[in-house]
Ligand binder design. Structure first.
Ligand code: ADP
Length: 261
């Protein structure tokens, strides 16, 4: 037991160290991104210079994303849920994502205006969407189309077995489809493993999808993936609608339950 406690304490201080460092890094990178944007703004007369600033911005953003993943991973994410209209959040995120995807990737968004609100953490949902869009971009090095759609989905009683432990009821479904290189069954099987990546060092951490998975789990949702090599990939995300579940309640209940143990 003594050993286990020591190990837990070690992990805790390692987690603190990592998240402290990641936090400081994030601030540095945010500063760099701000100055790079200023540089882009003030170099309209010099396209070559503007391009250098654009590279600085893109790399700093990539670094900031990596440190955010590390933060979420080391801390375990703390939810700050609120009532959210998913179509609005997606539209806002895609606007920002557009600059990361570049001119060769076309973004299509088909929102279903009738979907219900969610009770969720907007920062986490944004991180989840950005991670999925970046993966889609990396799968389409020669360009293509990224299509995002929302729908209402009914998970019927008795049908939920295949869908992990999800509760039957109404869900908001978000599909993110790319026309990229797709995945082999071997990659598909290991997709959500932490640190699993097929990308070059410096491009991928292998944390993107495990963070996505964690975020969806915390929101009591589920995820499905279909992929065809050479054709593309579709991620379908499902979140219970706000009426069905209050995360605050479940978190409190879970805490009460774990304190009893
Ligand atoms: P990373 O992007 O850092 O490699 P992820 O956990 O986000 O880590 O993804 C793990 C792996 O899953 C990727 O390296 C890639 O091989 C595969 N992958 C994820 N999304 C897609 C996609 N849209 N199309 C093809 N392969 C993908």
């Amino acid at each position: 037991l003594q050993k286990q406690i020591q190990q837990a304490q070690k992990m805790e201080s390692l987690g603190l160290l990592v998240s402290g460092l990641a936090h400081d890094f994030n601030n540095l990178l945010a500063g760099m991104m701000g100055y790079a944007q200023q540089g882009i703004k003030h170099s309209s007369a010099n396209p070559e210079l503007a391009e250098y600033f654009q590279h600085i911005f893109t790399r700093a953003e990539q670094g900031a994303r990596m440190t955010r993943q590390l933060l979420t991973f080391a801390r375990g994410s703390h939810l700050e849920p609120m009532r959210i209209q998913m179509n609005t959040l997606i539209a806002q995120t895609l606007e920002f994502v557009g600059t990361l995807l570049g001119p060769t990737i076309k973004i299509e968004f088909n929102p279903d205006a009738t979907i219900a609100d969610l009770y969720a953490d907007p920062t986490q949902l944004e991180q989840m969407l950005v991670n999925l869009c970046i993966n889609a971009r990396d799968a389409m090095p020669h360009g293509g189309t990224l299509r995002v759609e929302t729908h209402t989905f009914q998970l019927h009683k008795g049908k939920q077995d295949a869908r992990f432990t999800a509760q039957p009821g109404p869900y908001v479904q978000i599909t993110i489809t790319d026309t990229g290189e797709g995945m082999s069954p071997e990659v598909l099987a290991r997709l959500f493993e932490p640190f699993f990546t097929t990308k070059d060092v410096g491009r991928g951490t292998g944390l993107g999808l495990s963070v996505v998975y964690g975020i969806i789990q915390q929101h009591h949702g589920f995820i499905e993936v279909t992929s065809q090599p050479g054709k593309g990939t579709c991620f379908a995300l499902y979140f219970p609608v706000a009426e069905q579940v209050s995360l605050e309640e479940t978190t409190l209940n879970e805490r009460a339950a774990s304190e009893k143990v």
